[in-house]
Design a protein around this ligand. Sequence first.
Ligand code: SF4
Length: 254
Amino acid sequence: MNGTYDPIKRAETLEKYAVKGDSRAYYRFRPAKWYGGIVTGDVTVCNLLCAFCWAGDEIRHHPQKVGKFYSPEQAFKRLCTIGDKKGYRLMRLSGQEPTIGREHLLRLLRLVDKTKYRFILETNGILIGHEKDYAESLSEFSKVHVRVSLKGTNEEEFSALTLAKPECFSLQLKGLENLVSAGVSCHPSAMVSFSPSENIRKLQERLAAIAPFLKSEMEIEELILYPHVTKRLKKIKMGYNIGHDPGCVPKELI
Ligand code: SF4
């Protein structure tokens, strides 16, 4: 089944719930186990609707009910308080899509750049693919590494998983291309739980055509079967090849 919405337009429509001046809406700050320990700010609002998204439906569909606005300085303070207490060296924004609200993100990165922290920007990469100068603006920072999470391995899988227009998958790849051109540290990850091995191989070739290291550094993402995710997948009659119980995620995926 092909999806129909345009993630660029969706970002524009929903921005009002995510951004107020240079403030950004967050629904949580927390320590997290990923990457061996990382302080995390969970933002609201995404321009995609991935069936496998671990965020709950209230967060996805009613962002105005769950978010609270924080200036870059306030968010930075919350992140540092948790990160310093835990002795972490890594910081990230996650939850929904952190590239919505560019001014907030850049000001936050300016603050992070003066610290011991390395910042992982977890993104679907679509806005970075759409706005070429987005990657250039990220290149100003020495502490940022961008992880572009590909939603499936090709246009068809992308559309079935996100319900967005299939051609927008190329914006994810373009995001990586723009980051590489701008000299920003980055790598791709790909949700492959729904993909035959032949499709994974073809994706790796597309990545290698952008830059060989994108193929060798591609991270594998696999489905985590949170109850709300299982329910969504059933609803859209989407089968999968591999999925993990939330309590038994293999070490190499953490
Ligand atoms: S891009 Fe990420 S945050 Fe947005 S719906 Fe997909 S998995 Fe969730």
